[in-house]
Write a protein that binds this ligand. Structure first.
Ligand code: 5GP
Ligand code: ZN
Length: 109
């Protein structure tokens, strides 16, 4: 989607700090980190929100990559939090589906 911020990051039209990339997903550092480690993992296919995604394969790959990035790449051995904000009421600001990985310190509830 040409007017989507995260599609522009995937395409390299806007620079971002890449953490991981493969055919299905792109992962990068959040520009306003809310924890010592704050990474966003997004599908390369434009999907606006979780509500719009009735695709178990896409969601399975996304969550699998979240796990491998957090555990195997970032080595968040003490644990981490995964958040998907869904639509305005859930605090979603960028309408391209993304999972937040937060870690690097003990997170408050
Ligand atoms: P949301 O509130 O939609 O779940 O989260 C959107 C996230 O995207 C926010 O944590 C925000 O800091 C991050 N973000 C917004 N614009 C940019 C950007 O241009 N680059 C990067 N790396 N992160 C961004
Ligand atoms: Zn997009």
């Amino acid at each position: 989607m040409s007017d989507c911020l995260f599609c522009k990051l995937i395409n390299g039209d806007i620079p971002s700090d890449t953490v991981y990339e493969d055919d299905a997903v792109y992962a990068f550092k959040d520009i306003h980190p809310k924890a010592p480690v704050h990474v966003l993992v997004i599908p390369k296919l434009h999907v606006a929100t979780l509500t719009d995604c009735d695709d178990p394969a896409l969601l399975g790959v996304l969550m699998n990559r979240v796990r491998t990035i957090a555990d195997d790449l970032l080595h968040l051995t003490a644990g981490y939090r995964v958040i998907i904000n869904v639509r305005e009421g859930g605090g979603q600001e960028v309408f391209h589906l993304h999972a937040h990985i937060l870690g690097g310190k003990r997170l408050p509830f």
